[in-house]
Design a protein around this ligand. Sequence first.
Ligand code: C2E
Ligand code: CA
Ligand code: CA
Length: 805
Amino acid sequence: MQYKSLFDNQPDPALVVDKFNVIKLANKKASALFGFRTPEMMEGHFFLRLFSVNETARVKKTLVGLKRDAPVCVEDVSYKDELGVMHHLDLHLTATFDPILASDLVLVTVQIHKLDLEDGVNKNSLLAILNNLDASVVTYNRDGVCTFANDGFLKVNNKHYEEVVGRRRESWMSYEMAVKEEAKSAKVLISGLSSSDEMELSINRSHDSRYVISRFPIIGKNSSVPSGTGELITDVTRQRVQEEQLTLALNAFRLSRDAIVMTNDQNKIISVNDAFVRITGYSESEVLGNDPRLLASHRHDHHFYKRMWDSINQNNHWEGEIWNRRKSGEIYPEWLSISKIVDEIKDNIHYIAVFTDITQKKQTEDEIENLAFYDVLTGLANRYLLADRVAKSVQADLRSSATSALVYFDLDHFKKVNDTMGHSVGDKLLQEVAIRMKRLIREKDTLSRLGGDEFVLFMPDIDPNDIEARLHALVSQLNQPYTILDTEVTVSASFGVAVSPVDGGSYESLLRHADMAMYKAKEDGRNSVCFFNRKLEMKAIKKIKIDNELRYAIDAQELRLVFQPQLMLSKESVVGCECLLRWKSRVLGEVSPAEFIPVAEKSGLINSIGKWVLQQAVSKTKELLQINPEIKMAVNISASQLRSNDFLSSLLEICSDYEVPACNIELEVTESMLMEKADSTMKLLKSLADHGFHMAIDDFGTGYSSLAYLNWMPVSAIKIDREFVQDIHQNEKHRKVCVSIIRLARSLDIKTVAEGVESHEQLRILQQEGCDMIQGYHYSKPLSGSQMLLFCRESAELELKERGV
Ligand code: C2E
Ligand code: CA
Ligand code: CA
């Protein structure tokens, strides 16, 4: 038993064989080597059957010649185990006599060749390694028959062991391919050298995979000739995809038009691309290891950077416009996006900053914005920007119940500045006005110029009670004299205000209503502020109706003239009359000329109406001349009538048609008409005077009150405006105006007519101050044509009576 345990624990495989070659005893090493689960299972098996036919003969021959106490070694016996692995064994044979069994026995100890030994010892672990390899391993013998394939190979080819081992390549690949592959193996067999190549294969898969195949010769211990070939096949698909992506990424990084900066967790630069170098002017070596802060322009405060880093830390991203500084010192805008890259596997952080130089883009953007939203002359917002801001704010007002004010204003008599001082002064004045107004407005207000001398100030979110005070500040600032090109200029402006939301819920309605209010301010005598109210809107609507209806007035015979007598104060007799137009519209009823004349002037209809008036007036003069050959018919003339080329010729024609001398016609024009286009008006007035027509200046005192022009104008009468006459007995100032007008006129040999005399009191003062003529309700209201004839006749008779004729 002692010997048994010695035997069992032999380091080498060992067997005891009897004279019939039957295995009597085996140790564990031996059973493992020869593929038996236990040593006992080996017992009873024929020893010689363990080997292939070729080897059996050699071993048998040795056994037969074996002598007691003369051990023999049978060298290099090949043995192929059940997995097809070839082992090379030296069998040491020792013949002994067993006294118990009284029989000859042979002790066989097996020495496995060094390589085989390890192989034999670690066969299982080797198999485990091979089967767990993330690659395919396959071996072939010299005939191209597969001798081994690991699990990886079987899996990739979707085959069982038996379907591969002991078979040729055609069993799992196409014939053509098998031929090619075998040729490659043959090369390895012949040369004895390894080779490898890469190929794309689609093996039972929808997509192609790339494999690297390494072929190597299998060379036995005692042989220089390969017994076969082995192949190690590795799937490199993923690797190749990654490599490709990496190359792409590298190229994208290097060639990108955007600058790219990579920094580490300390925010130190570790890599920059070509675009970075181009945009910043720094070379790669100058910035590596530096903080990107080196580019800072110092245009942003620390709050800006704090917000940026908060966003990067919270959202792993920040993107925005930032000003940086190039190496040259130049500051430029860039669009920057910073991403934080957290690699959890490697536990590190990187930052990638990508930026584009947007200098150019910003310039064009600014230019476009400037052109699109700002007025070129003053730099103020234009109507588009205004509309946009007002619309947004008005919507917000509706939600928040706040109020906003839209103020429309234009300069009074700006046209005169342009005409008399030139456009460059006009432009400069507009710029100055813009500068002054801008100083007084709040930051959230929008001051805009709509064109010409029209401005709009929009004040969002304002207390309605503050509007008036703010506007008065603007008015008084605006009224201060301006010095432009060494000339002192004073201007005033008329302001119209519409308040959101009461006066309108949209930009359009607010603007329209503020515009109406501004017109009202102008009517009220300019340089004033007027708030919109619904009455103004009614008035505007009425204007439109008037405009429509007036077109039919002449043909529908809705127009007629009335005549208001003018009286010579010294003689208290009728010396003339002013004809005044009346319109009774079948739709609108009686409409005052004060209302419809301005509309007709605007639409141009005044020319045909004016002609009709002249005709009627001259025809009536003809009748009046029968009674009083010295009577003068005063006719109101509009500016646009004077501007029409045929005014003089058609007036002459009418007078000759009715045989009325020019000296019996007096044309009433206003001061502003005389100022307008002064030269051509002058010429016309001169030739009218040359033809014998009289000229009177209407509404004197309300316009420029620049009296210098009276010196060289062919004026025969001045009509003192009713505004001054009205309260001449109560208002000392107005009385003085009247007096100075009368004195001035007399010094120039011009007659004065006081308009709108309603009371005896007024009459008395005018008489006292030396006024020549009066016109007004006190004496007579405007009369119809027949009434006027009658009035004239009575006056003539009275005069005759007084003269005692
Ligand atoms: P105007 O030329 O100043 O005419 C005088 C206006 O004062 C007339 O108003 C007349 O009716 C009114 N009036 C006369 N005496 C008195 C008075 O004692 N008290 C008061 N409160 N008013 C008095 P009317 O007829 O309504 O004309 C208004 C304006 O319409 C005229 O002002 C004139 O500018 C214009 N107009 C009237 N007829 C014509 C015309 O045929 N052609 C043109 N182009 N304009 C005309
Ligand atoms: Ca008049
Ligand atoms: Ca008048």
